[in-house]
Unconditional design. Sequence first.
Length: 368
Amino acid sequence: MPPRPTQPAPRAPRALLAPLWLSCACLWGCPAYPAPAPPDAAPPDMAADMEVDAGPPPDMQWTAPDERCPEARSKVLVLAAYADRVEALAQDERGFKVSPLCTFIDLRELGVTTARGVAQGADEGFVFVYDAGDEGGALLFYSNNGEVVRRTPVNINLKDPKGLWAVGGGFVALSGASGQLYRFDAEGGFVGPYTPPQQSSARLPTLTDLQDLGADAMGNPMVLAVFSDRPPRLFAFPAALDFPETDVGAAWAITLVPSQIGDKVAISGAVGGARGGVQLYRPVVSGRTLPVKEPIDPLIYAGETPDFYGNGADLTPMDDGFFVLDTGATGPRVTSYNTFGIPQEESAIGGLEGAPIRLIRTRVFKDF
């Protein structure tokens, strides 16, 4: 393994406030078609006391983000989340090319090197999920300014976490140990198993990404999910609908792309029978019908140069299109596309250690 990049020395280390057990597992896997899901099972060994701890441990120190990453203050940035940190990537004047700027959040300061999921809450802060070994996993909260806020107690239901998503004002995590989804409130308090709309079970072991679509005109929640072994599914009233496998099969990531007609849906996966690609859809309007495919050819990764576009590990929107994260053999790199799916720029970020697990575009230091 190459030497870890040298981090700026902390100018004013800050003490943290409570104990922490943190590490994590992997986001995506590719098992075979699962057996029919059993009814929701009671969470294993659920602790009676699920109160949120006051904060991180007293024997750890962290550096203020404005000291470590002053260039990021009050800007819209592309953030590449790794297993042990979050790197800020600056966009060029046109917005289609990115380049490394600084380390915005350094999880290594808290002894964390194996984060596997990150989501943004309603306050635009950042929440990470970690694997704490045999005892389970935990959540760690950071503010939008990149400051440590709090962590949750270790929870057996978070054992071997596979991802974390913002849904319905709280968070949903997938446990690799049980294959079940679990809900947490906005403060990180454990709620219980999460069953998507029109789904009979919280067990979705091959889930790779989840997108909260809000509510339909009648106030019914809508959620879009993609899986490593079957086509995407729209969970919404009156019935859960599967996408045709001829359009998209196994898939890896979803994002919503703002446009003049509403939020289009971009899905990366096995598009049109190819090994990999991105398919664009028009906005989801209800659970009665699937979204309409855009009348353009999908972005296909397969062909004579199968790694040219990358593996579509994650997607994130921007003002005039979206970014595709590649963590394959030729990555890591970020490729931009406009709202019509036309390629714009390719940006290699291989100079940074490791491969990103998530790509987020957001404003940081919004309090300044």
